[in-house]
Write a protein of this length. Structure first.
Length: 188
């Protein structure tokens, strides 16, 4: 007969490790494989978050940064990383849950850390170009919660590098345009 301790060891060693740990606020580390089997709807690295109409009782959120959305047709399971913004409104009756997750997005924006949210196969909304007017928000995908992404975790190394590169490319372009305007060089 197995003791409780032995049974616990057997159960813990046989659990699948490819499912990401949810509950970003809890500070747990995911061991998810970033692939078509990954249940996360999108990964992002945010450089700015805007809450509307205010920070106290927001009903809409603008999330600006780099995104990789779930895509069943992509080899890696995620579309190519793209810059832009997601614009969401909170589903009716879910304001407390939205405020909680949006506070985490606000906390992580500008830190250079990646985060996952939503659930694969569920509507995630539309990634908008950075020069597109802010209008017609999508419903925020509360399914799935938030996933903390550890940049040192080998399963996320490539994803984090791609998100950082997309944000750095934008920063480089802004700086180069500014220098061009000051020195009469051709604009990029």
């Amino acid at each position: 007969m197995l003791s409780f301790k032995s049974l616990l060891v057997v159960v813990l060693t046989t659990l699948p490790v490819s499912l990401p740990t949810r509950l970003f606020s809890a500070g747990l580390h995911p061991t998810a494989l970033v692939s078509a089997e990954d249940p996360v709807g999108a990964y992002c690295m945010l450089n700015q978050v805007v809450l509307d109409p205010d920070d106290v009782a927001p009903t809409r959120i603008q999330m600006w940064g780099a995104f990789a959305a779930a895509d069943a047709t992509a080899t890696s399971g995620y579309a190519r990383v793209s810059r832009g913004y997601m614009y969401y409104t909170c589903p009716p009756g879910r304001s407390a849950a939205c405020r909680s997750e949006w506070a985490d997005f606000r906390w992580i924006s500008g830190t250079g850390k990646a985060i996952g949210y939503g659930q694969r196969g569920k509507p995630m909304g539309r990634l908008r170009r950075e020069d597109e007017a802010v209008a017609s928000p999508d419903l925020y995908p509360l399914d799935g919660g938030l996933v903390k992404v550890e940049s040192k975790d080998p399963t996320f190394t490539d994803l984090v590098a791609q998100l950082k590169a997309a944000l750095a490319e934008r920063t480089y372009l802004i700086a180069r345009t500014f220098v061009a305007s000051m020195t009469n060089m051709p604009r990029p």
